[in-house]
Structure formats: C-alpha cells, structure tokens
Design a protein. Structure first.
Length: 141
C-alpha cells in the first residue's frame, strides 16, 4: 500500500456515502467535490470495503454494473494486516477518549487513508471525530 506521493499531489479516497449520493444523483458539497475530481482526472483511490458498501445498495443490475465499472477502474488501496491492527488501536484510543466509532470499518478506512497519505471525502461524523484526534486529512466544504 505504500504509494509514493509528493506533497503537492495527494490522492483522494471517496467514502461509500459520497459514492452512493453520486450514483443516486443527490447534490451535496461532497458530490460536487467528487464531480470536480472526476472532471479534472484527479487521483482517486478506493478501499475494497467501500466497493462492497456501495455496490450492495443497488437494486438494479444496470446501476450495479455501472457503479462496478467506475469503482474497479480506480486504484485500489489494499489495507495490510498491520493497517487493520493500527485501525483497532485507533478504535481503542478513541474509545478511551470517550468516543466509540460506530463501525470498525470506519477505522480501517481512516487508517488506510493515513497509510496512503490520502485525503478522505466523506460527510460521516465518525470521520470528523477521527480527524480531530489523528492526522486523517478530511475534505471539508
């Protein structure tokens, strides 16, 4: 997962809720930012669990196939076992500070972003809290 990036060139990982809004045609500041990234062909990456979360929400086969084509065309950020261990440590650290992240998956995604030195595009409040207590770069409108 070690991707070399210079300081001016940061990959963006888009979380499942933003992708879901994008594919559903919902206008949010996060979808607008994703539209800009796609138009400018910025570096976007995806963590495999995000692909699962997005694709499981489709009711139609056509929508599923369209989204699959987009998502699997992106660079895949594969969290290592050590990434998962660090994600568990993050979860425990946040819990000691009085905040329990609603799902371990969010800690894995956040840690994968940290490991890849990527910015995360997500309106999820769990990531907002994680970004306040770690070096997670979270895009904000």
């Amino acid at each position: 997962m070690a991707l070399h990036q210079d300081k001016t060139h940061i990959m963006m990982i888009v979380d499942s809720n933003t992708w879901a809004d994008f594919f559903n045609g919902t206008e949010t500041p996060y979808v607008q930012r994703l539209d800009i990234a796609l138009d400018k062909e910025e570096d976007l990456g995806v963590v495999p669990i995000i692909i699962t979360e997005v694709l499981q929400g489709f009711r139609s086969d056509t929508g599923f196939r369209r989204a699959r084509q987009v998502l699997v065309s992106l660079p895949i950020i594969y969290p290592t076992v050590e990434c998962h261990v660090r994600a568990a440590a993050m979860f425990r650290s946040l819990r000691r500070k009085g905040f329990t992240v609603r799902g371990a998956v969010d800690c894995v995604i956040a840690q994968a972003c940290l490991d890849a030195q990527a910015e995360l595009l997500s309106p999820d409040v769990d990531f907002e809290y994680i970004s306040r207590h770690t070096k997670l770069r979270l895009w904000r409108p």
